[in-house]
Ligand binder design. Structure first.
Ligand SMILES: NC(=O)c1ccc[n+]([C@@H]2O[C@H](COP(=O)([O-])OP(=O)(O)OC[C@H]3O[C@@H](n4cnc5c(N)ncnc54)[C@H](O)[C@@H]3O)[C@@H](O)[C@H]2O)c1
Length: 246
């Protein structure tokens, strides 16, 4: 059990990669705080986590709302007394070509994917600085490294996360807090399930390992970054993409 007794706070944890990370952390002994806007599935995920014999709380929280994030973090601290691991996982896509992309499509993706990471990191890092320990893991994407046609908004938000990760890592490293990013490639979740079949086939053709990634492929990297095995690693990006970018 790599995370025995630790408290992890995961945004967008009700489904997909965030849920898989929560289940993986719970199986490794961590207690969980899950935040999401998807009210219908949040309770179900929390029940599944509790079935793993750890303590779990779920909160409705939109990462865009700084005040709400503050309230939820306070509730988590009232309940658990500390936060050892923050996983900034909540993210959305609103794809379009640049010339057709509306201002709202651009702004809304930046607000959730990038500003949301700023909001939660700002609040939780204060607690970790007091604790003099912590792990922050930000969910980026390979498109934040190499770009992607049709995803100017999304790739800008994910590239922004990489800059934020490295800057925060420099600011709070002396407090024994590591800050790293994971850049997944093509992972099979509800986010990618909706893509047209030909787009999925095109992506798959660029994966040397010849299969889409699973949420558990990403969760394993997130477990490593939360565990003692990564204690001297900070400001880094772990690419989990079956070799798409190399
Ligand atoms: N699936 C992939 O191929 C892939 C690749 C690279 C990066 N990612 C990133 O991994 C993360 C998880 O993706 P996924 O595939 O599991 O997606 P998903 O859509 O299955 O899950 C995203 C979760 O975030 C929640 N969420 C959305 N907006 C929110 C908000 N404003 N506040 C709080 N929660 C919110 C959703 O309700 C959902 O539970 C995202 O940041 C995504 O950009 C995914």
């Amino acid at each position: 059990m790599e995370l025995n007794g630790k408290v992890a706070f995961i945004t967008g944890g009700a489904r997909g990669i965030g849920k898989e990370i929560a289940m993986c952390y719970a199986k490794n002994g961590a207690n969980l705080v899950i935040c999401d806007i998807a009210e219908d599935i949040l309770g179900e995920t929390v029940s599944e986590l509790k079935g793993l014999k750890i303590e779990a709380e779920g909160y409705l929280m939109d990462v865009r709302d700084l005040k709400k994030c503050e309230d939820v973090v306070k509730k988590a601290i009232d309940k658990f007394g500390r936060i050892d691991i923050l996983v900034n996982n909540a993210g959305v896509t609103r794809d379009n070509l640049l010339i057709r992309m509306s201002e709202d499509e651009f702004d809304s993706v930046i607000a959730i994917n990038l500003k949301g990471v700023f909001n939660c990191t700002k609040i939780v890092s204060r607690i970790m600085m007091r604790q003099k320990s912590g792990r922050i893991i930000n969910m980026a994407s390979i498109v934040g490294i190499r770009g992607n046609a049709g995803q100017v908004n999304y790739s800008a938000s994910k590239a922004g996360i990489l800059g934020l990760t490295k800057s925060v890592a420099r600011e709070i490293g002396s407090r024994n807090i590591t800050v790293n990013a994971i850049a997944p490639g093509y992972i099979k979740t509800e986010m990618t399930e909706v893509l047209p079949e030909e787009v999925k086939a095109q992506m798959l053709a660029t994966v040397p390992l010849n299969r889409p990634g699973t949420p558990s492929d990403v969760a394993n990297a997130a477990l490593f970054l939360a565990s003692d095995y990564s204690s001297y690693i900070t400001g880094q990006v772990i690419v989990v993409d079956g070799g798409m970018v190399m």
